[in-house]
Design a protein around this ligand. Structure first.
Ligand SMILES: *Cc1c(COP(=O)(O)O)cnc(C)c1O
Length: 439
């Protein structure tokens, strides 16, 4: 592990040659670091891409990947059901840079993407599996639209990981990840990665991506001329990431590398356990719906069979009939599930989107996204399925039954006064402390 800011130069000429790019030797860890580079190469290989850039968080990966494509006056089209941080980036940060965004409501409708594309559109963005309803993107159909318009398709593949899905194989041009999730897998670090598929034809419209096709600030040859198929990643690495500075620490890189070594084992186990839990929950009377693409009841079951034959991942939503009071009782009663805003961890995690990650959304938006007051999100870890079911059983048993909860909360996002208190007073909650859930 190269925990170093800079790298020693052998002599005067060596320093000059490294800076001139004649010698590929390392200079300073914000530009490149051997530990970080080793992980970048592994992730590029896992995604079947040409190059990868490791950065300090998933948000850094998404913002840097897009800033490598978009400049003032440009436009991006994005699926509307995306991670809240990405959505806020499009709605709040990009307008400040004079970059406009348009959202597509049905991410699997190529015609809607076509309608939203403008002459200045420079990127299409979507997630392979969306949060929290487990919607699966028809990557090939959207990649087809992107290709016909000469616009790169950027896919956030965090929920699938390259073990379950490799979007580049289905025509995506750039893949981003929050490596804080499945890639690192243990909830210990934040990281992000940008993978360059290396197939997009940046020179097809020479003025469209002039940052790659025109001469650099020194008047020398442009990135496309110098780097060919990895022009985009070379530019994004040296002009965007190195300058804006969301560098990944070598220590972070090491922990992500450790995580990747068990990626296949974890995802096999977590997907299988998630499916078992989803099936079990679907049969419970307290549950009104389970959004897991591995279930035949999910609208994207067929897409999941096509794109995710190895497993559908471990994150899904469960909606309880008892509304927010039921969600609150269950979350407070479980012990093996850790209550945390995170996912893709070896520990099973639980969260209530409507009062946390999606709390700033209006009721209308929540209804549109299908995020109700009784919805909880699970991220299934590697624990024993029977133990997890026992824990959920305990959580379901804690749901108050003293009155008709469904009638009391139907159609409202917040329960009437007193209802929550009634829910909380419905018997002692069982607290299980078989393990430490804090770090
Ligand atoms: C967590 C997450 C992000 C943001 O990643 P950070 O590492 O938290 O910055 C982006 N996209 C998706 C789908 C995520 O789950």
């Amino acid at each position: 592990m190269y925990l170093t800011a800079g790298f020693v130069f052998d002599d005067f000429d060596d320093a000059r040659n490294r800076f001139a790019g004649v010698d590929p030797g390392y200079i300073y860890s914000r530009y490149a670091n051997p530990t970080v580079a080793a992980v970048e190469q592994r992730i590029a290989a896992l995604e079947h891409g040409a190059d990868a850039i490791l950065v300090g968080s998933g948000q850094a990966a998404i913002s840097s990947a897009l800033l490598g494509l978009l400049r003032a006056g440009d436009h991006v089209v994005s699926a509307s059901s995306i991670y809240e941080g990405s959505r806020a980036l499009f709605l709040e940060n990009f307008p400040a840079l004079d970059i406009e965004s348009t959202f597509v409501e049905d991410a699997n409708d190529p015609a809607e993407w076509e309608r939203r594309i403008r002459p200045n559109t420079r990127a299409l963005f979507a997630e392979s599996i969306s949060n929290p309803r487990n919607r699966i993107l028809d990557v090939a159909a959207i990649a087809d639209v992107a290709r016909r318009h000469g616009i790169p398709l950027v896919i956030d593949n965090t929920f699938a990981s390259p073990y379950l899905l490799r979007p580049i194989e289905h025509g995506a041009d750039i893949v981003v990840h929050s490596a804080s999730k499945f890639l690192s897998g243990h909830g210990t670090v934040l990281g992000g990665v940008i993978v360059d598929g290396g197939r997009f034809d940046w020179g097809a419209h020479p003025d469209r991506f002039s940052q790659l096709t025109h001469p650099g600030i020194d008047g020398g040859p442009g990135f496309l001329e110098r780097f060919g198929r990895t022009a985009y990643s070379a530019y994004t690495r040296s002009v965007i990431v190195s300058r804006l500075g969301p560098t990944a620490s070598p220590f972070t890189a090491f922990l992500i590398q450790q995580g990747i070594e068990t990626l296949s084992l974890r995802l096999d186990r977590q997907s299988a356990t998630a499916l078992a839990l989803a099936r079990w929950l679907e049969g419970r009377p307290e549950v009104s719906s389970v959004d897991y693409a591995g279930l035949a009841s999910h609208p994207h079951y067929e897409l999941a069979r096509r794109y995710l034959p190895r497993g559908q991942g471990s994150v899904f939503a469960v909606t309880l009939r008892g509304g927010v009071a039921a969600a609150k009782a269950l979350i407070n009663a479980v012990g093996l599930f850790t209550h945390m805003a995170h996912l893709g961890d070896v520990r099973s995690l639980i969260q209530h989107p409507a009062s946390t990650s999606h709390a700033h959304r209006t009721d209308a938006q929540l209804r549109y996204e299908g995020i109700g007051p009784g919805m909880i999100r699970l991220s299934v870890g590697v624990e024993d399925a029977a133990d997890l079911i026992a824990d959920l059983e305990r959580g379901l048993a804690a749901i108050p039954r003293s009155f008709d909860i469904e009638a009391a909360f139907s159609g409202t996002n917040s329960p009437p006064d007193g209802a929550v208190a009634a829910g909380l007073s419905a018997g002692p909650l069982v607290t299980v402390s078989t393990r430490t859930t804090e770090r």
